[in-house]
Structures are given as structure tokens and as C-alpha cells.
Design a binder for this molecule. Structure first.
Ligand code: UGA
Length: 442
């Protein structure tokens, strides 16, 4: 059965969710304040790079199942299921999450709700937010008690957003156990096809659902920092962290995923989510429980410093006037997202230390140049590496993994490479006469 759905926010999360819900056969209206973005989306064009999204988006728009608006009134009149999919970034100068966008959606939408409706929050929020928003919705909405608020966290990864939305590992729904609401019944309709396909559908209280998202990201971050801490030991004793991760990964209780050592995690989610969890734990009187995450964060940030130090060391002790090539600006491959990107952060640090930095990324240069306009951006690998005295691979794009050292040998000034993602074949690079430095690898 088809539902009438509104999705508030058309970023990585909202645009993908709107397109995928329409793909499932629902009638969807995507809502945003950014009219440029809306017109691109309405033309079936993704405003950011996300493999597979554009074809789903285009066919959803062409089928008439998906349209876009900046009018909350239109959305409120049309839909009876409202997804909140706006960003919750880190507050400036604080660890806590900035809920401005979520709160403004509620403030604008709720007074327009004059018929029964279900609001399903997808944005990552501090535990306790859903209950608080539900109170304010009932106060503001003419339909009052006929509006339900539940939390339905999203676990999609950038680069796999469509696949993760249509075939998630699980669907979580946090409902108000004290009320006899319609949220579960409606969510079961929205996700009927996935539930029929066997995707686990877990119904919890709202607080557990909110926490399940931050806990998942905190666990993933902890796994990455754990292996990066092991990389520090490997570096000290000449052991190989990649082999170590392979050994650990064969233990099915541990698993191999998220055990890739390197320059650490970044992006719009993991870093800010662990900080928001620490902040919230403090607010609810459980700060001791999360001193662990402080260490996870500092191990992660240390990777960036250490990589810049390694570049200086390779350059002979100082980066002043040294020409450096940085391959990669996105926080991970198959994404043009540079939010809190370790690659770009390192490129910036190298420049601050006096290096002349030339950056190339297959997709993220446009976004990177907005954030770091003073770095030089090249059009391709060769352009970035011309006369380079040190080359760093900081995002493991397939294009970089497949580089032939022989092709670069005559382009660079000195054959010195730092593999910030342990993604290159070190024997091949060394065999071609390069000084190769990986992370936690002899
Ligand atoms: C992350 C989670 O993986 C998603 O489940 C979640 O829905 C999403 O955040 C979110 O909160 O919206 P994402 O930010 O797209 O997804 O990126 P990840 O694939 O988790 O990678 C995060 C960072 O960790 C990247 O910088 C990546 O390079 C790094 N990473 C990942 C490592 O350094 N080592 C690894 O082994 C894996």
C-alpha cells in the first residue's frame, strides 16, 4: 500500500531517503529551504556525488512519485508521514549536537498539522530529543494528540546510500510506549517491502532507538581507533597492522570490517557523533561511561598530526618551501564529502607548515576548495605530482590504488610516498625505487 510521505531535508540522508521511498512506490514530497538544490533535484539531478542515487532519483521523478517543494504548507497538506532528515552538526565551540535544523522543522511543520499524522525522525539526535519534540508537537499542532512522534534512525553509509536505504541491515523504530499511537502501524506500511524481504524490524522505546544510532557510530569509531592504536605499537616494534587486522578479522566475534588502520575517521557523522554522545552522557550524569570516547577521539586526531610529521621527516625535517602532492580530499572514497576530512585536514596542516601543497581528488576538489581555498587543486594525479618532493595518498580511491609507480617516477622530483590508507602495494612501490611509508607497516 502506498503512503503519502514528506521528507524534510534533502542532503545526503534526505535526498536518498526521499528517492528510495518513491522507488518503493510511495508518493513522496521532498522539502528544503534551498531552492537551487530543489530545482536540481526536481530535474532528477543529485546535488552531490553518491553512486547510484541519480538513476533512482531520476526514475522516481519521471514516474511522478517524487516531487520537491519549499512549502511546508504543501507538505503538511499532502503527507501523513513526515520524515525529519535534516543535519545535526556539532555546535560551534562545543561537543554537543546542534539541533537548530530539527527544531526549526518542528516549529514550522507542527502548527500546520490539522489532521492525524506520524512524524518519524531520522536525523541523529541526542537521547531524549524525541520525547521533548513530541511534547512540543502536541502543543503546537491543531491535531494535538492525533500526531505521533517516533524515532527511526538511519544507518546508511555515504557511497552506499541507496543500497543501505533499500537493503538495510535492520530497521529500528523507537515509539512512545506510554501511548497507543499509530507510529508502528504506519512504519510497517512504509517499510512493508523490506520487512517482507526479511529485514529485521526492531521496535524499542524512543530513547533506545536514539541511542542505537549513536552507539553504532561510537562502536565503529572505537574499532577504527583501536586498530590505529595497534598501528602505533606496530610502528614501534616493526610489526604489520594490516596482517594483524586480517588475523583479528578471522575471529567472527571481531570481524574484519572497520579495522583498516590509516589516517583515521572523518566525515559528517563519526567525529561529531562521538562528541555529541560524550556531551549527552555528561548532561544525563553518566560522563564516566564515556571517557573511553575521549581517547577514541584523541587517537583519531593524533593520526592526522603524525601523518603531517611523517611528511616533514620524509622531506628532511622541514616542510618550508617543500612541494607536496596530496592525493585525496574526500573523507573516504566514492564520496565528494569533505566534512572533517582527515585528508583535507592533513593537506591544510602541511600548508601551514610551509609546504606548497597540490591536491587532487576525483570528485571532491570543488567542495574542498570552498573549505580550503588557499590550497592548490590539480586536475589530475600527474598535475598534482609534478615536481613533488613528497607524495601522500590520503583517500583510497580506486584510481590511486591502481597507480603505477613507474608512471609517476619521472613526474615527481623525489620518489617518496606516504600511504595514509595502507592501500598501495608497498613491494611494487619500493621495487620502483620509491621510499614508501605506510601506517603501522614495516
Ligand atoms: C557512518 C556509519 O558507517 C553509518 O552507518 C552511519 O549511518 C553514518 O555514519 C551516519 O551517521 O550517517 P559514513 O560517515 O558514510 O557512515 O562513513 P564510514 O564508512 O563509516 O567511514 C567513516 C570514516 O572512517 C571514513 O573517514 C573512513 O575512511 C574511516 N574508516 C573506515 C577508517 O579509517 N578505517 C576503517 O576501517 C573504516
Amino acid at each position: 500500500m502506498s503512503c503519502n510521505i514528506a521528507v524534510f531535508g534533502t542532503g545526503y540522508l534526505g535526498a536518498t531517503h526521499a528517492a528510495c521511498m518513491a522507488h518503493l512506490g510511495h508518493k513522496v514530497i521532498g522539502v528544503d529551504v534551498d531552492t537551487d538544490k530543489l530545482s536540481r533535484l526536481a530535474a532528477g539531478e543529485a546535488p552531490f556525488f553518491e553512486p547510484g542515487l541519480e538513476s533512482v532519483l531520476k526514475s522516481a521523478v519521471d514516474s511522478g512519485n517524487l516531487r520537491f517543494t519549499n512549502s511546508y504548507a504543501q507538505a503538511a497538506e499532502f503527507a501523513d508521514v513526515h520524515f525529519i532528515a535534516v543535519a545535526t552538526p556539532q555546535r560551534r565551540g562545543e561537543f554537543a549536537a546542534d539541533l537548530t535544523h530539527v527544531e526549526s522543522v518542528i516549529a514550522e511543520l507542527a502548527p500546520l498539522l490539522d489532521k492525524p499524522a506520524v512524524i518519524l525522525g531520522k536525523s541523529t539526535v541526542p537521547v531524549g530529543t524525541a520525547a521533548r519534540l513530541a511534547d512540543s508537537v502536541r502543543h503546537l499542532a491543531p491535531a494535538g494528540q492525533a500526531v505521533d512522534v517516533a524515532w527511526n534512525p538511519e544507518f546508511l553509509r555515504e557511497g552506499f546510500a541507496v543500497q543501505d536505504t533499500l537493503h538495510p541491515d535492520r530497521i529500528v523504530l523507537g515509539i512512545d510506549r506510554a501511548r497507543d499511537g499509530r507510529a508502528e502501524e504506519v512504519a510497517r506500511l512504509v517499510y512493508a517491502r523490506m520487512i517482507d524481504d526479511g529485514v529485521p524490524f526492531l521496535v524499542t522505546d524512543r530513547e533506545t532507538a536514539e541511542l542505537s544510532k549513536t552507539a553504532a557510530n561510537a562502536f565503529l569509531a572505537t574499532k577504527i581507533s583501536f586498530i590505529n592504536a595497534m598501528a602505533e605499537i606496530c610502528d614501534a616494534v616493526g610489526a604489520d597492522v594490516t596482517k594483524l587486522a586480517d588475523v583479528l578479522g578471522h575471529d567472527s566475534r571481531i570481524g574484519r570490517q572497520f579495522l583498516n588502520a590509516g589516517i583515521g575517521f572523518g566525515g559528517g557523522c563519526l567525529p561529531k557523533d562521538i562528541r555529541a554522545l560524550m556531551a549527552r552522557a555528561g548532561e544525563v550524569g553518566a560522563s564516566q561511561a564515556f571517557t573511553l570516547l575521549r581517547e577514541v577521539d584523541s587517537i583519531n586526531m593524533r593520526r592526522r598530526l603524525k601523518t603531517a610529521e611523517a611528511a616533514a621527516e620524509l622531506a628532511g625535517g622541514s616542510l618550508v618551501g617543500v612541494k607536496v602532492a596530496v592525493l585525496g580530499a574526500a573523507f573516504k572514497p566514492n564520496s565528494d564529502d569533505v566534512r572533517d576530512s582527515p585528508a583535507l585536514n592533513i593537506a591544510g596542516q602541511l600548508q601551514l607548515q610551509g609546504a606548497a601543497v597540490s591536491v587532487y581528488d576525483p570528485k571532491a576538489c570543488a567542495n574542498a576548495s570552498k573549505l580550503f581555498p588557499t590550497l592548490h587543486y590539480a586536475n589530475d594525479v600527474i598535475g598534482a605530482c609534478e615536481a613533488a618532493e613528497v607524495t601522500l595518498v590520503l583517500t583510497e580511491w580506486e584510481e590511486f590504488r591502481r597507480l603505477d609507480p613507474a608512471d609517476l617516477s619521472s613526474v615527481v622530483r623525489y620518489r617518496r610516498i606516504i600511504d595514509g590508507r595502507n592501500c598501495l602495494d608497498k613491494e611494487m612501490w619500493r621495487g620502483a625505487g620509491w621510499i614508501y611509508r605506510g601506517i603501522g607497516t614495516p
